[in-house]
Design a protein around this ligand. Structure first.
Ligand code: MG
Length: 203
């Protein structure tokens, strides 16, 4: 499986990290070795100075497809959960300033925490989904899927022009404002529509 991620997909997040949202989705991939599941702890790597949390809605692809039209895109996912797109922020800026690919700051081992996924049938329509993140009990991120610049359906349509989608692929849909660094001893808890799906420690 592969993990397809969209960046800069909420209006105020681009501002807070000093980047510009584009008219087409910003897309990057993480390999399957980036997965961190079952609320296992995230161990802060030693090769960069700052690792940020980015809380995101994550959709699971349920059907093989390519060149998917937006109006049919909702047939291609069946469940959703929450993910943390861990990002070595200083390194990201350094790579971006040199015009280099940002894989090493975004796609390293265990950089994609993913919760259990919930069937869409157990949740409100995507546009009404809300999610939030607490760090050490304090709310740091809170958003509605309706704030996304590119909807999940338009993301699926766009990315499927370039990448065939396979059953089990995951799509990270971008983070709202409020990102910040993690440190050893932090506890991250995130809710989707009132269901606590993520609860894990930073070590
Ligand atoms: Mg992200």
């Amino acid at each position: 499986m592969k993990i397809i991620c969209v960046g800069l997909n909420y209006p105020r997040h681009a501002d807070e990290i000093g980047m510009k949202a584009e008219s087409a989705p910003v897309v990057f991939l993480k390999p399957d070795t980036a997965l961190l599941r079952d609320n296992m702890p995230f161990y802060v790597p030693d090769w960069a100075s700052r690792f940020d949390f980015e809380t995101e809605l994550v959709f699971r692809i349920s059907r093989l497809g390519r060149h998917i039209e937006e109006r049919f895109a909702s047939r291609y996912y069946d469940s959703v959960g929450l993910g943390i797109d861990f990002t070595a922020r200083d390194l990201q800026h350094e790579l971006a300033s040199k015009g280099q690919p940002w894989e090493i700051c975004k796609a390293f081992d265990y950089s994609a925490a993913v919760s259990k996924l919930m069937p869409l049938t157990d949740l409100p329509p995507v546009k009404d989904m809300t999610f939030s993140l607490k760090v050490n009990g304090e709310e740091r991120q809170k958003a509605s899927a309706s704030e996304m610049l590119h909807s999940i359906d338009s993301i699926i349509s766009y990315v499927s022009r370039f990448f065939s989608l396979r059953i089990g692929d995951l799509i990270f849909t971008g983070t709202p404002t409020g990102v910040g660094p993690v440190k050893e001893g932090d506890r991250l808890e995130a809710e989707l529509c009132g269901h606590k799906l993520l609860d894990f420690d930073i070590k």
